[in-house]
Design a protein around this ligand. Structure first.
Ligand code: HEC
Ligand code: HEC
Ligand code: HEC
Ligand code: HEC
Ligand code: HEC
Length: 188
């Protein structure tokens, strides 16, 4: 009687087992890897804004300091966005006829604020404070990337818990370890 399993059966069986293990690993790991890439979260996608405001021109070319427009960044939790009046401080004099600046003039005439769209945000259950970081010498670029080179602002880093913790762990050498890493530092 012919053997039920030919001599190659063991090899075939092994190959099938390996294929299944690989398939299961890929199915489980691929989404875990994907979710950590910028693609999954729209990070690095420029956010369209009501006015084509360009940081490159205003900061790099015109030398306006970040804090001139983001007034409360050094002292308060939120960095703050400039009012229409602040923009008009210059644009009532310059680029008066430019169509790009038209929505700004419309906002000024109608006395309605510009509806800038948020780029960076943490969930409401996370406590974040800009002032503490700026005063500790942390630079904008460490969290926001090179905004001064962005024609349209995009999220340079996913503001995940790991992102925050990576830096806090590195810096804790010179700081009280408990203050920076306990859960209640960021979740109150
Ligand atoms: C300190 C003066 C100053 C302030 C404040 C200012 N701008 Fe400008 N803006 C300029 C100058 C100068 C230009 C000419 C652009 C260049 O340098 O190429 C310009 C150009 C622009 C343009 C044309 C497109 C571009 O970027 O070249 C837009 C739109 C604009 N500004 C919007 C704004 C908005 C919105 C605000 C407020 C958030 C603002 N500006 C605040 C000086 C200013
Ligand atoms: C002339 C005013 C002006 C200056 C100077 C300026 N900004 Fe802004 N910034 C704005 C405006 C208006 C917005 C909202 C529109 C946008 O996102 O482009 C903004 C948006 C941002 C955002 C995204 C906000 C969000 O929703 O998450 C970041 C981050 C930022 N700025 C950082 C900087 C940094 C860093 C500098 C200095 C290198 C700087 N800005 C200089 C006016 C300014
Ligand atoms: C330690 C990381 C970190 C640093 C450093 C930092 N930011 Fe932010 N920024 C954030 C986070 C996180 C948010 C979202 C905050 C939220 O959702 O409440 C944010 C939001 C913003 C916003 C939009 C919302 C708001 O707070 O008004 C602006 C504008 C901004 N940052 C500008 C700046 C500027 C300018 C600097 C440098 C002077 C800076 N940031 C430095 C992490 C940082
Ligand atoms: C690049 C480094 C860096 C990153 C990224 C960073 N932090 Fe911090 N953070 C610091 C430093 C440094 C301090 C300490 C300030 C001190 O002790 O004076 C601090 C302090 C804090 C504090 C304490 C504030 C207080 O009132 O005592 C909170 C809350 C905080 N960070 C939240 C966050 C959150 C949330 C994120 C992520 C969105 C974040 N941090 C990302 C460097 C960082
Ligand atoms: C340095 C700030 C910081 C500290 C310290 C911190 N977290 Fe978070 N945590 C965050 C941020 C930021 C998010 C939001 C992440 C996001 O939106 O992707 C978050 C999200 C969470 C979530 C929601 C689930 C998730 O992953 O989005 C849980 C649960 C959580 N943290 C628990 C903890 C616990 C437990 C500790 C103490 C071991 C802790 N956190 C310490 C910043 C912090």
């Amino acid at each position: 009687m012919a053997a039920l399993f030919p001599p190659s059966a063991n090899a075939v069986f092994r190959a099938v087992v390996i294929a299944i293990v690989v398939a299961v690993t890929v199915v489980i790991c691929a989404p875990m890897i994907y979710i950590r890439t910028p693609y999954a979260s729209d990070a690095e996608d420029p956010v369209p804004q009501p006015i084509e405001f360009d940081h490159r021109h205003h900061f790099r070319d015109d030398g306006i300091d970040c804090v001139y427009c983001h007034e409360t960044v050094e002292t308060q939790a939120s960095a703050g966005l400039p009012s229409t009046a602040k923009c008009m401080g210059c644009h009532s004099q310059i680029w008066l006829t430019s169509p790009e600046v038209e929505p700004l003039r419309a906002s000024w005439t109608a006395q309605t604020p510009i509806a800038w769209r948020r780029v960076n945000a943490v969930p409401a259950f996370v406590y974040f404070h800009h002032g503490v970081h700026i005063q500790a010498g942390v630079q904008c670029v460490e969290c926001h990337g090179h905004v001064e080179n962005m024609p349209r602002v995009y999220r340079a880093n996913n503001l995940t818990m790991n992102f925050c913790m990576d830096c806090h762990r590195k810096r804790q050498g010179s700081r009280a370890i408990t203050r920076l890493t306990t859960c209640t530092t960021c979740h109150r």
